[in-house]
Design a protein. Structure first.
Lengths: 141, 405
């Protein structure tokens, strides 16, 4: 299968220069870090997305790691870019279709962008959980 | 950058001598006649060329030229053998034995026969990817009419126990069909001794042209099939249709060369295989798929744990290989062959098949290995699974249920 130029560019980019594409890992126990992991090795793709948030629920930094095909990896980099600087509420609005369109993914690869959307949902859930625990303990916010 | 072709199990280029010879059977200046024309020299000359090719094909497999029926390829030969046998012998029984690691050209005709009321047993290979005579013996019933087992598995390069399965079938008077698409020129085949009734052959896996193959049909004891293509009664009524002289001549020449170069070809791929395997073993968490002892060395199938196969292929850029990864298949299913070995699905997703041939050089292998080792490292840096493995997470015990999407 031939890939779109955007997918190829991103895949090559992240492979040769992972730091420029936010490849990495935050400590999941950091109270300011939200983690979302989706997929399963048996299905051929797993994405782990981590957000570092400030006290106003704004995304300060993002890192990811993805096991999957070239399109899944390219989708992850696209997604990470879209998340930077957004608030949690704005991040909720990003849809898999935005990613699929931007990367010109063929129909058979749409699930790669769904993986990214699911990861952000899981990360937001993790953030909500962490916030509610802090709130419960009488901490800030 | 130079492209490197390591997908010879998928297809091979025509030997230049094959291509050159083929061009002599197409134009007005050449022998373009219909080999079935009995009334003039144009037909006779073409028929003579077919006869020579038939001898060349028979020669490579130790058969009689009268036992060769030309078809459009191994897929058609498989269809003819399986459906043709089933239909001819259905009054004797309706049970067929095959294996889960056969090519689709065998599995799909079997599925089709199931719709017509036949029962099919699909044998599971052992963890080495091999079908043994004992497995077949255990599956044989009173109403078994056909056993179809491939000579060499196309994904793994593993060799099945054809001789002993054949003895068993001959004892029980069950028709034994062997798909040998991957075997010609790779292993010695002598059908004057090997107990096989029907054997499917392909030209393009052995440096011949695409679109031509053959079915070997044993004369003693005689195997009968019902024809699937009806028309002018060509090929002793087994396969009608005007014989494509240039294709058949190409196949004959390719098989002649394969016989001539047998030892040379084998020695060449042995070196390439062992070199690549040695380099790959420098990488940790690599699994060899299929037996290392009972195999042909033109195929090497390995899984790179924690990396998805398609991304590895994409990262290899100038190296042409294939993968058992779901993402490289039209159906998004990982390799059914690797799954049949009892491999975890993730190792099927992570598998790469390297296959070598006459034009592969040691430099190709070294360059591939260098790139491979480099991109495996890079892709693992991107892999959350590699992270988890490095952090000491027990990956086999890890429960992915809550992460599934």
């Amino acid at each position: 299968m031939a890939y779109s130029d955007e997918v190829t560019k991103r895949f090559k980019g992240v492979l040769s220069n992972p730091d420029n594409f936010n490849v990495g890992k935050f400590d999941p126990n950091d109270p300011n870090v939200a983690t979302g992991m989706t997929g399963a090795p048996a299905c051929g793709d797993v994405m782990r997305l981590q957000l570092k948030l400030d006290d106003d629920d704004r995304i300060e930094d993002v890192v990811f790691k993805t096991y999957g095909c070239g399109s899944a990896i390219a989708s992850s980099t696209m997604f990470v870019e879209m998340l930077k600087g957004k608030t949690i509420d704005e991040a909720r609005e990003i849809k898999d279709k935005d990613i699929a369109d931007a990367l010109a993914l063929p129909p058979i690869k749409i699930h790669c962008s769904v993986l990214a959307e699911d990861s952000i949902k899981k990360a937001i859930d993790d953030w909500d959980r962490k916030r509610s625990m802090i709130g419960h303990n009488g901490g800030p916010k | 950058m130079k492209r490197i072709y390591l997908d010879y199990a998928s297809t091979t280029p025509c030997d230049p001598k094959v291509a050159e010879l083929m061009t002599k059977y197409l134009t007005f200046e050449g022998e373009f006649g219909n080999p079935a024309s009995r009334s003039h020299s144009f037909g006779w000359e073409a028929d003579q060329a077919i006869d020579t090719a038939r001898h060349q094909v028979a020669d490579l497999i130790g058969a009689d030229p009268r036992e060769i029926v030309f078809t459009s390829g191994a897929t058609e030969a498989d269809n003819l053998a399986i459906k043709g046998t089933a239909q001819f012998y259905e009054t004797n029984g309706k049970h067929i034995i095959t294996s889960k690691i056969e090519h689709k050209a065998v599995l799909d005709p079997c599925r089709e026969l199931e719709r017509d009321g036949f029962e099919v047993t699909y044998l599971e290979p052992n963890s080495d990817g091999i079908i043994t005579a004992d497995m077949v013996a255990d599956a044989i019933r009173d109403d078994t009419i056909l056993v179809s087992i491939m000579f060499i598995n196309n994904e793994l390069g593993t060799l099945n126990d054809i001789e002993n399965i054949g003895k068993l079938c001959f004892d029980k008077k069950i028709v034994f069909h062997v798909d040998a698409a991957q075997a010609t020129g790779k292993v010695e085949i002598n059908l004057s001794e090997l107990p096989v009734n029907l054997m499917s052959l392909s030209a393009h896996k052995t440096y011949g042209p695409k679109g031509i193959g053959a079915l070997y049909i044993r004369r003693k004891p005689r195997s009968r099939i019902r024809a699937q293509m009806h028309g002018g009664g060509h090929e002793r009524g087994n396969r009608s249709g005007t014989l494509p002289t240039h294709q058949i001549v190409g196949m004959g020449e390719a098989y002649r060369i394969a016989k001539e170069r047998f030892e040379q070809d084998k020695a060449h791929v042995d070196i390439l295989h062992d070199r690549l395997l040695q380099r790959i073993n420098e990488v940790e968490q690599v699994y060899l798929n299929g037996s290392l002892d009972h195999k042909v060395k033109n195929i090497l199938n390995v899984s790179f744990n924690f990396i998805e196969g398609e991304s590895l292929i994409m990262a290899l850029e100038n190296v042409a290989v294939s993968s058992g990864s779901a993402c490289t298949s039209a159906t998004l299913e990982p390799s059914y062959v690797l799954r049949a070995l009892g491999r975890a699905d993730e190792l099927a997703h992570s598998s790469i098949r390297f296959s070598f041939g006459r034009h592969t050089t040691i430099e190709d292998i070294d360059q591939t290995a260098d790139t491979l080792i480099d991109v495996v490292k890079k892709l693992r840096q991107l892999s959350p699974l590699w992270d988890m493995y490095q952090d000491g997470v027990d990956m086999e015990a890890f429960d992915w249920d809550e992460y599934m999407h």
